[in-house]
Design a protein around this ligand. Sequence first.
Ligand code: ARG
Length: 461
Amino acid sequence: MWGGRFSEGPDALFRAINDSIGVDWRLVRQDIAGSVAWARAIGKAGVLSVGEVKELTAALGALSDEVEGMAPPVDSGAEDVHSWVEQRLTERVGDLGRKLHTGRSRNDQVATDLRLWTKEALEERLGELHVLRAALVELGAREAGTPLCGYTHLQRAQAVTFGHWALAYERMLARDAGRLRDALARTDECPLGSGALAGTGWDVDRAALAQDLGFARPTANSLDSVSDRDFVLESINALTLVGVHLSRLAEDLIFYASGEAAFVALGESMTSGSSLMPQKQNPDALELLRAKAARLIGLQAGFAATVKGLPLAYNKDLQEDKAALFEAMDVASLSVRAAGVVVSGVRVNEAAAKAAAEGGYTNATDLADEMVAAGVPFRTAHERVGALVRVAIEKGVKLDELTPEDLSEHAPELDAGVLGRLGVQASLARRVALGGSSPDRVMKAAAAARAELDAELEQTS
Ligand code: ARG
């Protein structure tokens, strides 16, 4: 490919560090598509005759049949997928194959191939996220009225519903989907026709070329085009945030499924047993979701570090973009799909979840609100309920088990009837404001999320 200037062949270790075909073979379809479009573009620019364009595109068509399901040809001698395609093409059509690279560089070629690949991959991730979000919405609707203890600082805080919890994660993933769509929009530019760095020397209609390859537009600056990997980093960043959210979901469920909480039982098919302890059911898939998020963070940091010191324009460091991006896509895909199965298999243990939601004086704020309704300033109410909580702790009872005498001593404004309004359902029912955890509100939130998911499907179809 560049032998003219050299008198010696490459060292075996040079090949070992330099060859990328084992990794970038995933781009073979995109490389063939890019080559077809390039043949047409330089045909229009007068480099190839109409007949030559026809012959090249036919041969590339046959090549795309040949590579279907093919393992990476690591012993072909080609260093990367781009050289392999050209080499194989030349074997098929002879010298004509040697004309295809006119005005093109592997620098604009690889940037184009990878953007084509990334667009498809991001669409697939969006589809997988959609399925997971739908599972969370179903769980949210099913458990809209099921009490769950809500925590801050991992201390019992206020009752929420299990449905509200599920929909919280759906919102995180909805934002992640938005970030993936943003990344997709910025990926949707065609670098082909930028040459090695300075722009192609032939009169190529880059707008037509971009359109031919299904891009929204051509890139604007040739130096930037061949060295920009923002789209890789931005995609990994968005996937990392998906991983971070799934890790938090996993952490919650691991705790909820613990013997201490026992708020949920996990589906058996996504858990494992112990080789020694016969009674165990371990949440391995969830633990691995946590660990996979760490891998994504590593890929993100690693690739950002790869790019940060690079002078313009192309440098071979950039070849490592694919290993990082492919792994990030694979890890995120597996994580999202596995999380969907776990979520669908969650069964709530209502009694335990409700008992925890009722414990820890989670209704203290409600009692303060009752005092406020009777005219007491909130700060005063807060202090008095604090005193009532102390009394209850000393007596070892719940707030609603206090005596009318306890109540009149600390909160004379309240009638004893308030003690009957301190149950968990009453606490939940109060939280009707937008975004709150009342069962009614959670049902509405589930319906809104479902409508959003439907609308997103409509936009993509
Ligand atoms: N395999 C290379 C990559 O993935 C293709 C570009 C090579 N360009 C070059 N100037 N050596 O980045």
